[in-house]
Design a protein around this ligand. Structure first.
Ligand code: 1GP
Length: 250
């Protein structure tokens, strides 16, 4: 069943072609910083705020960050958990995700079994998503014990993505790893997009307008940026990236 946050994402993709989501890593920010980032990103045109990171953060701090973002902006807040500890009752939705290329069953189904009852108890909207780590993979790749798909094997990424779709996942995420030197290459995005019918999310290493435009032009429906919003100049950076997406639509 499609919930309100998922509907909002789908409608915005339908209307705008490619949309932007801002990722806030609770580990890297204080609640006031998170509030500032969310406000500026919202003003710049980001559609929703994702909150999550690859390593450990206390439940209390995560709750504080989600609460303050909720007070600051009216756009959807979607959790992006790396584990059961990434679930907060104060968000609207959660990427209910499986790391499709993990060698560890915990990240394929174990954490999901532990987390599902909490998602229900907190009334969070679960959005099923297949997560695929590619290229360097970064911290997410190490923590998730991923066998990262090399950038020069787009057909392998496409096979993972299609398997995710056939298993019922309603979004597919190609993750280069936060702070990746190079974002997911256009050839890989094109190959995946060619195979699947569900929306494609791409993130990791996207720092500016040109990269956002390349990723969107290759077929990404949702672009996620995290690192750039942790630096100064959030509004300028996010505006520039969204400007890149608009350029593609013209
Ligand atoms: C990481 O894809 C996201 O999970 C965002 O990556 O921090 O490099 O923007 P960046």
């Amino acid at each position: 069943m499609t919930g309100v946050v998922e509907k909002c994402l789908l409608e915005r993709i339908e209307a705008e072609g490619s949309i932007h989501l801002t990722l806030i890593d609770p580990e890297k920010v204080t609640p006031p910083q998170a509030s500032r980032i969310a406000r500026k990103a919202r003003t710049s045109g980001t559609v929703a705020i994702m909150i999550g990171g690859s390593t450990f953060v206390s439940a209390a701090h995560l709750d504080d960050v989600v609460r303050v973002v909720r007070r600051t902006v009216k756009i959807p807040i979607i959790l992006f958990p790396n584990n059961v500890t990434g679930i907060s009752r104060h968000a609207d939705a959660i990427w209910f995700m499986s790391l499709l290329n993990s060698a560890d069953p915990y990240f394929l189904i174990g954490a999901q079994v532990l987390g599902a009852p909490l998602v229900k108890k907190y009334g969070l909207e679960p959005i099923p998503m297949g997560y695929i780590i590619v290229g360097e993979g970064g911290t997410a790749g190490v923590v998730g014990k991923a066998i990262a798909v090399p950038y020069d094997k787009p057909e392998l990424a496409a096979a993972h993505a299609l398997a995710g779709q056939y298993l019922g996942m309603r979004f597919i995420y190609l993750e280069a790893g936060s702070g990746a030197k190079n974002p997911v290459p256009p050839e890989m995005i094109r190959a995946v997009k060619h195979y699947i019918d569900v929306p494609l999310i791409v993130g990791g290493g996207i720092r500016g307008r040109g990269q956002a435009l390349a990723v969107a032009s290759a077929g990404a429906d949702i672009i996620v940026t995290g690192n750039v919003v942790e630096d100064t100049g959030v509004r300028r950076k996010v505006s520039e990236i969204i400007e890149g997406l608009r350029h593609r639509r013209q």
